[in-house]
Every structure is written in structure tokens, then in C-alpha cells.
Design a binder for this molecule. Structure first.
Ligand code: SF4
Ligand code: SF4
Length: 193
């Protein structure tokens, strides 16, 4: 997939950017349904480390502020815990939109934080090892490597997610890893940057 630049004479660039993000999101994003209630930001465990809460990020998208939205560290900090998704009154597919924004930021070369690629590589490593995301290991490894002083402040949030069974303390490998690895290898041969 290639990035479609917004024409300078576009009569409605704000809507175009929102539509572009929505169209690039797998399934239905429902991004246009956001009512800016802020429930997502209030539910988001790592919101403190984000440049923008999900609500603020969606406001930037709605305003057509393409560079600001794609340069935000927010999608890279998102750990796909889906807290916000289950609480959003409008059923916006927030975590899926975060994946879209990461892809668009890479293509546009707009996100420059040195920890972001490392975070994504750790995520990929875990998917290739276990066949799924392993949030506890992902967050622990990332914070130990880049933000060790912040780890103690993360403990209450992590404990809450563990006790509410929103996160596993040990990784669980899926069945059929051979098939998944074959799919991933095939995907790499088709990858378009
Ligand atoms: S919780 Fe849903 S509707 Fe509310 S600001 Fe977040 S995305 Fe928008
Ligand atoms: S899925 Fe991402 S944006 Fe939503 S609460 Fe979890 S970390 Fe925050």
C-alpha cells in the first residue's frame, strides 16, 4: 500500500485525512464516531508517557493535522491492552487505529523517537516466538531498557491488569507456530515500505 498525499487544493483536507486513516485501518475503525469524551485517555495505562492521549490524537486527525498526528509517540506507546476499546461508548476501534498510524508514520518518516523502532522490534520478536503479543514481557523489557526509573511507578498499573486478568504474567505460545511462521515469512517477501 502506498501513501496518498493530500492535494494542496483539496477542498476538505480535514475530512480526507480522517478518511485516509479510517480506510487504512483493518475492518471498520468507527473513527468518525468519536465524540471526544476522553474515556480512552482515562482508561489508558501508559497515557502518562504519550505525547497525546488517544482522544487528543483523534482530535488532531479530525482537524487534519497530519504531521502532528503522525509524529506523535502515542501509537508507539500503546501496548494494545484494549482497555480503551472495551470502554469507548462509541465503539471506536482505537487499538487498530494505533496500528494504522504507526504504519503511516513509518511510511511518512515522521516519527523519529529512537525507542519506537526498538519497541516494535520487541513486539515482532514476541509474535515470532509465541505467535501473539505478550504485553507483560513487552512492557517490562522496554521499560528496563529505556526507562528503568519509571518501572516502580508502573507496578500498580501492572498489578491491576494482572489481577483483572487483562494481562498474563507468563507467555503462552499458540498452537500452529509452524504455519504462522510460514505466513510471516511469506508476508516479509510481500512487504512494501
Ligand atoms: S473513548 Fe471513544 S468516543 Fe471517547 S474520546 Fe476515546 S475514542 Fe472518542
Ligand atoms: S489499547 Fe493502547 S490506547 Fe488503548 S488503553 Fe491500551 S495502551 Fe492505551
Amino acid at each position: 500500500m502506498t501513501t496518498q498525499p493530500i492535494p494542496t487544493n483539496d477542498p476538505n483536507p480535514n475530512v480526507r485525512f480522517l478518511e485516509e486513516v479510517s480506510a487504512r485501518t483493518a475492518g471498520v475503525s468507527r473513527l468518525e464516531m468519536c465524540i471526544q469524551c476522553g474515556t480512552c485517555g482515562g482508561s489508558c495505562p501508559p497515557a502518562e508517557d504519550m505525547d497525546h492521549t488517544p482522544r487528543m490524537l483523534f482530535a488532531l486527525i479530525r482537524a487534519g493535522m497530519r504531521e502532528q498526528a503522525l509524529a506523535s509517540n502515542t501509537p508507539w506507546i500503546c501496548v494494545s491492552c484494549y482497555h480503551c476499546v472495551v470502554r469507548c461508548p462509541q465503539e471506536v476501534h482505537i487499538a487498530d487505529v494505533m496500528y494504522t498510524l504507526k504504519s503511516m508514520a513509518i511510511q511518512a518518516k515522521l516519527y523519529k523517537d529512537s525507542t519506537a523502532p526498538d519497541f516494535s522490534q520487541t513486539f515482532v520478536d514476541m509474535v515470532e516466538t509465541y505467535g501473539r503479543s505478550y504485553e507483560f514481557g513487552l512492557a517490562t523489557r522496554h521499560y528496563l531498557k529505556h526507562f528503568p526509573m519509571r518501572l516502580p511507578s508502573m507496578a500498580p498499573m501492572g498489578l491491576g491488569m494482572l489481577t483483572k486478568k487483562r494481562m498474563d504474567i507468563t507467555p503462552k505460545r499458540i498452537e500452529g507456530m509452524d504455519q504462522l511462521n510460514a505466513i510471516l515469512e511469506r508476508a516479509k517477501t510481500l512487504e512494501v515500505v
